[in-house]
Design a binder for this molecule. Structure first.
Ligand code: ATP
Ligand code: MG
Length: 333
């Protein structure tokens, strides 16, 4: 008998260029796990429209996220790669889950508070974002969710909503989702130009290294990354900016290079220009194969559209079964 695979869900907002933190926190874990998990990888356009955007750019942004997933090594024969708004059940389940979610718990979310202060007149979509995210995950009965540290609070809420649903309607409809144990701990890569914030598409290109950045752009961005005045004489503790560069080095370079730089730092002989030069080359090498594949896919965009259309069929089928079960236990069928 065929053994059932554990189910994994993850999403990326088509809000601009996909960057190295998206790659390391969400895309790579899915690539590594694609043989062993049943995967639903979603381009979450309904989340993207909760912050200001240009409708004319959306269709291209969606295709580019698909290109990035594929270029990073996702095999569309093994996973379901699809666009959130193609499956109307996401918003339907969101409404149903809204009825068991309290306004207070949504108002306590850090991302809501951040977006509210960044975009002033914040819309209800931002408040309800985590309910849609819970719906995204639960609609496929996903148990494992690779996300960055910034989404852990939302994942925690999705767990609460799943438990509450099962209790309220007295049936174990949803598994309780958790962080996919594919990274050692939730990743938080900081913005290069301001390490107080996380690297983000919405903070602009200076905050991130895009998957598509050419070598000179990468060198320039890394060389202007915020550090400090030099390894301190009286403390071992790295400043946030330097720790962030070391984190990127650990994730992209070989162990020997990393250890060498760390040794240097400990001996207080490291010059940050040197660290930055080594890091820039390591990121360039790390991204090179993905960039080559990216170019091929961009020249073959009809293939990418076909992948998304096939993904839509498969996602629709699975989500349709789950929404039916949900409506049954809620007395709606
Ligand atoms: P935006 O600013 O538009 O929200 P973003 O850079 O935050 O874009 P998302 O599409 O919202 O990217 O997130 C996609 C995935 O990447 C999520 O799993 C998120 O947790 C992860 N992620 C985003 N930024 C970081 C980061 N700086 N470090 C680690 N993971 C991150
Ligand atoms: Mg985000």
């Amino acid at each position: 008998m065929k053994k059932e695979k554990p189910i994994l869900f993850t999403g990326i907002r088509p809000t601009g260029e996909v960057h190295i933190a998206n790659l390391l926190a969400a895309i790579y874990p899915a690539v590594k796990a694609q043989d062993d998990y049943e995967e639903y990888l979603c381009i979450v356009d309904l989340h993207a429209i909760t912050t200001p955007y240009n409708p004319e750019d959306m269709s291209q942004a969606i295709k580019e996220v698909a290109v990035d997933y594929l270029a990073a090594g996702i095999n569309p024969d093994k996973v379901v790669l699809f666009v959130q708004s193609h499956i109307p059940y996401h918003t339907e389940l969101m409404w149903l889950l809204n009825t068991i979610t309290s306004v207070g718990e949504l108002q306590r979310m850090t991302q809501y508070k951040e977006f509210k202060s960044r975009y002033k007149d914040a819309k209800a979509g931002i408040l309800n974002y985590p309910v849609l995210m819970a719906a995204d995950i639960l609609l496929y009965k996903a148990k494992y969710v690779p996300v960055g540290e910034d989404q852990m609070q939302h994942l925690e809420l999705a767990r609460d909503i799943a438990k509450r649903f099962n209790q309220t309607f007295k049936k174990e409809v949803f598994p309780i989702p958790e962080l996919a144990k594919l990274t050692e701990k939730p990743l938080r890569i900081k913005a290069l130009n301001n390490p107080k914030n996380k690297m983000s598409k919405s903070l602009g290109p200076k905050s991130y290294i895009a998957i598509a950045d050419d070598p000179d752009t990468i060198r320039r961005k890394i060389s202007s990354a915020v550090t400090d005045t030099g390894p301190s004489q009286d403390t071992e503790k790295m400043s946030a900016g330097v720790a962030n560069l070391f984190l990127l080095l650990r994730l992209t370079a070989d162990e020997k290079t990393y250890n060498h730089m760390e040794e240097h730092y400990k001996n207080k002989t490291l010059k940050y220009v040197e660290l930055k030069a080594v890091l820039a080359e390591s990121i360039i090498d790390f991204l090179k194969p993905i960039q080559e594949k990216r170019e091929e896919l961009l020249d073959n965009i009809d293939y990418v559209a076909k992948v998304l259309s096939e993904g839509r069929e498969k996602a629709y089928h699975k989500a349709g079964q789950v929404i039916k079960e949900v409506k049954e236990v809620m007395g709606l069928l």
